[in-house]
Design a protein around this ligand. Sequence first.
Ligand code: ZN
Length: 460
Amino acid sequence: MDEGAWKKTLLALVLVFSMKTEASISNHMNDFIRAVQWLEDRVQVSDPVTVLRALRQAAALDDVFLQHFLASPKSDSSEMVASASRYLREVLHHQVTEDSREGGVVLTSDGTTVALRPVVLGLEAGLSTGNVSQVHQLTLAGDLGMAIEGEVDLLGADGCWDDLDSPRVFTLTDDSPALTTAAINGGMDGFILGLEASNRRPLKLSSLLKSYYCHQLDADGLDAAPLLISRRRRENFRTLAPPPVVVREAVKAVELQRKLGGHPELGLKQKRQLHFLMERGVKELVVKFVDCPPMISRCMWGARPYKGTPTNLTLPLHYLYIHHTDSPSKPCLSFEQCSADMRSIQRYHQDERGWADIGYSFLAGSDGYIYEGRGWLWRGAHTRLHNSVGYGVAFIGNYTDVLPTQNAMGLVRYKLASCATGSRRLVDNFILQGHRQVVDTDCPGDALFNEIKSWEHFGE
Ligand SMILES: [Zn+2]
């Protein structure tokens, strides 16, 4: 692209985002994708690398580390960069402020929150160089390296949006200075998308983002869904990024940062220490973000508060009780629908039954997510006389004649169970039972009850 056309693209982009900031554009991924698409249509630039570079430049996303991997900004564009819109800086610069606000993140249609910076950097690296090591260092492995270099663990602080329809402010609810859940989600997505883009060059950036973030599930849920969608980020990351490789790339990123910052090379002992820290960090990442099921927290589905004071469970527990919700009788296939179901179940339990909260510990949607009910720590109201000794997990829907999706069952049978034992919330030899085994009820439905009889840990 010649200099004149480049300037035109960048200027148009700055104008587009500046105008949109004042209007209705929010921190929703769909708004970001719409703006990218608008830009592609308006200036008729479809080449994804050009669009990504213009985005990065307009947002002033540039430092020596990025320059090492990606093309430097055009030298004569500083004036335009300076006038770049607030919006692009806001959504592309990842930061946590002192009042626990996390900037540079967007809400996606599947209910997860994602940092955009590693997504655009991973894509640009994948498209412009196709070098897997570079994609790693510009996405999760690199971010992980920087976050845990200072011996900080506790990964995965999560938070809540001010408004789910028009999200603008994301506030962290966990107190942890290391890599947040949104940064980890974005880091995984950036790596997966960067790798994909290097193998199969997309025609348009907006189309790739749309197919990845906006896929709508049909009645088979995730069982029949394409592989490359955000709902599958954990399984894709597990397949594409083996832990030893992530450790190696995280170490490389830290060493490169030091070198570029003019620091002396690490001695052998320090190198070993760095490697040890990264191994520990990646191990924690795998436990929390690859082995555990993705979970939609209470604030994300719009839970009302617990009425009164919850009773804490004494952990670890010995039982896992399987339920179906019966009503709603249909499986839910989207964040919107599953969240609405969660609210209606909670309303029924609190208002009609007079309970303090939604009864179940967790619920399984058919949208690829586990929804948090009373959670790991609070005693539930799911299995009469047994609520102190076990967690109650309900599949949303009626499973008298049909089974939940394979994906939903896998989330409970493998992911939730191993996550619970791995974190010592359930004992290793816990017993799994259907609700009907301990209380006079049809729950969890004939079909589902016959199914769980073959599951590990099932017991009389
Ligand atoms: Zn039940």
